[in-house]
Design a protein. Structure first.
Length: 571
């Protein structure tokens, strides 16, 4: 029999006993109620009727008043219709006869007195008959109540004993196997697989015991067949992880820490025992570095460890199995030496660029003097050489300027002077700066900038530099006698878009994603078209520093469209 059926049987048995007890109680209560109603209906009312008649007989004088006669007739009528005992009808009929006689002889005191005595005797007889019946029925009701009490008490006691036995023994029937199963499971969790359950029953517990025994045997077989190789692989992986100079932390899909190498423990400042098996967010509440690793998405992290400032890059690898994420690995790579070299490179470039600007400016001044006829006349070859020197000086000054701007961005010393300006001011400055360059290639710059556009919040110098750079590139990559479109329009409710469209050869799709990287140059460009590869990278930094966006759309053979957005002033 299954446990479910046993529970049904036991609970059904208790329910049946409860039903029997309740049924008997209801039966005896109804019987007692019927006996009580019988006493009230059959006898007590007769006593009341006789009592009412007797009161009138005792208080009446020589004659009866109309209301007294009405009371007598009413009670006599009710009594005649409430005959319940043997002999009560005969006495009632005699009483009715005597009352009629009394009504007729009210003028004769002697007969009236004699009739009243007989009427009282009859009244007493009827009352005595009903009182005797009341006592008899009361005794019957009391007997019924006693029997009911005894029977209900017996059944209740039996039900209590059965229920008590059921309550004491049945939980053990359920709890004991579960307790034994729990103890065996604890042993199995400690890798003690030599556990067996001896449930000698033909219910679910018996099936559970058989399944558990099969499981422990299989686990024992698996443990002995694979444990050595698993432990070896685990130890080898742990050795490899601990030998790495990068900090490595592994978390499962529920964010519990499953491993952390020695470097990671040193950086976090907690021993391995305080990390393994702990819930990651709980550790993050008390450890700032671990909180940054879990919450922040920044790729480069500055950490103070061993009394010195170190730099690390964070990489998060998702661990998947059957297209389901089962955990992740956080890797911190130490780039302190590279960071220092990069800073040294940046400082070197900034210093050299700054130092070069002065002699280059001096060279340009000397070239201006040489071009003055008051210094002396030059032949055509000398003029050509002078133009070449001036062009090289211009390019060199542009390169040093870009290197200085890049150094400012990398060192975080970029200074922005925000203000309100109309987009047309930016456009006019850029067009003016590139007017001669465009005319040399006979390129026409078509400007579409509405006078009614709202002001933008921007650094005028930096933004003009960006637009000049985009226009300069468009002129470089455009064919002679072509056009370049410069369009300024409302992009969103709070943004203004500047775009430069050329009709050159365009950019291959595979280079689009790298076009704003530092030092990147699109392959295939001519010597005149190539630069340092810094212009677009610096432009991107300038625009993003002003909370704007910059991008490019291009198609090979159809030209390129570079654009950037700026916030409206006051937004």
């Amino acid at each position: 029999m299954t446990i479910k059926n046993k529970l049904r049987l036991g609970i059904g048995f208790l329910f049946a006993l409860s039903f029997i007890c309740c049924g008997l109680s209801i039966y005896f209560l109804n019987k007692l109620s019927a006996d009580a109603r019988s006493i009230l209906k059959d006898n007590y009312k007769s006593v009341q009727y006789i009592k009412n008649i007797g009161i009138i007989i005792d208080t009446a004088g020589d004659g009866f008043k109309p209301n007294e006669i009405a009371i007598i007739n009413s009670n006599l009528y009710n009594q005649q219709h409430n005959i319940t005992e043997v002999g009560e009808k005969k006495l009632t009929d005699s009483l009715a006869s005597k009352i009629e006689q009394l009504k007729l002889v009210v003028a004769n005191p002697t007969k009236t007195y004699q009739l009243k005595l007989e009427i009282k005797r009859l009244l007493y007889g009827i009352m005595q008959l009903n009182m005797t019946a009341i006592e008899r029925k009361d005794a019957i009701a009391a007997g019924t109540a006693n029997r009911a009490s005894i029977l209900v008490a017996f059944i209740g006691s039996f039900l209590f004993l059965v229920s008590f036995s059921f309550a004491v023994n049945f939980p053990g029937y359920i709890a004991n196997p579960i307790r034994e199963l729990t103890e065996r499971i604890k042993e199995v969790s400690n890798r003690n697989y030599h556990q067996q359950l001896n449930f000698k029953s033909n219910d679910e517990f018996g099936e559970l015991g058989m399944a558990f025994n099969t499981m422990t045997r299989k686990l024992d077989e698996y443990e002995h067949s694979n444990l050595a190789s698993i432990l070896f692989e685990k130890k080898r992986i742990e050795t490899i992880i601990n030998s790495m100079h990068d900090a490595i932390i592994g978390l499962d899909e529920k964010m519990f820490i499953i491993f952390a190498n020695e470097v990671a423990c040193t950086l976090i400042g907690l021993p391995e025992l305080n990390l393994l098996g702990k819930y990651g967010p709980d550790i993050a509440l008390e450890n700032d570095l671990f909180r940054n690793l879990l919450v922040n998405d920044q790729e480069k992290i500055k950490i103070y460890a061993d009394n010195r400032e170190s730099f690390y890059t964070k990489e998060v690898l998702q661990v998947e199995s059957k297209n389901k994420v089962i955990g992740k690995v956080i890797i911190l790579k130490n780039i302190t030496e590279f960071q220092r070299l990069d800073e040294a490179k940046t400082n070197f470039i900034a210093t050299i660029s700054h130092e070069l600007k002065t002699p280059i400016s001096s060279i340009k001044m000397s070239l201006k003097l040489l071009e003055d006829n008051r210094i002396g006349e030059m032949n055509s070859e000398q003029k050509q050489l002078l133009e070449n020197i001036e062009e090289d000086s211009r390019r060199l000054l542009q390169i040093t300027g870009e290197l200085l701007d890049m150094a400012q961005v990398e060192t975080g010393k970029l200074q922005l002077n925000f203000g309100s300006t109309h987009p047309k001011n930016i456009v006019d400055y850029a067009i003016k700066a590139l007017k001669i360059t465009a005319e040399q290639k006979q390129i026409q710059i078509n400007v579409n900038c509405d006078e009614n556009l709202p002001d933008v919040r921007a650094d005028l110098d930096k933004t003009t530099w960006v637009l000049i750079n985009l226009l300069s590139n468009a002129i470089k990559y455009s064919h002679e006698k072509s056009t370049v479109e410069l369009v300024v329009k409302i992009y969103k409710a709070d943004e203004i878009e500047f775009s430069v469209q050329d009709h050159g050869r365009g950019i291959d799709e595979r280079y689009i994603m790298r076009i704003f990287e530092r030092y990147f140059k699109v392959p295939g460009a001519t010597v005149d078209q190539t630069g340092t590869g810094l212009g677009l990278a610096i432009a991107k930094d300038f625009i993003e520093a002003q909370a704007g966006k910059i991008g490019v759309e291009s198609e090979v053979g159809a030209g390129s469209r570079f654009y950037f957005t700026l916030k409206r002033f006051g937004k």
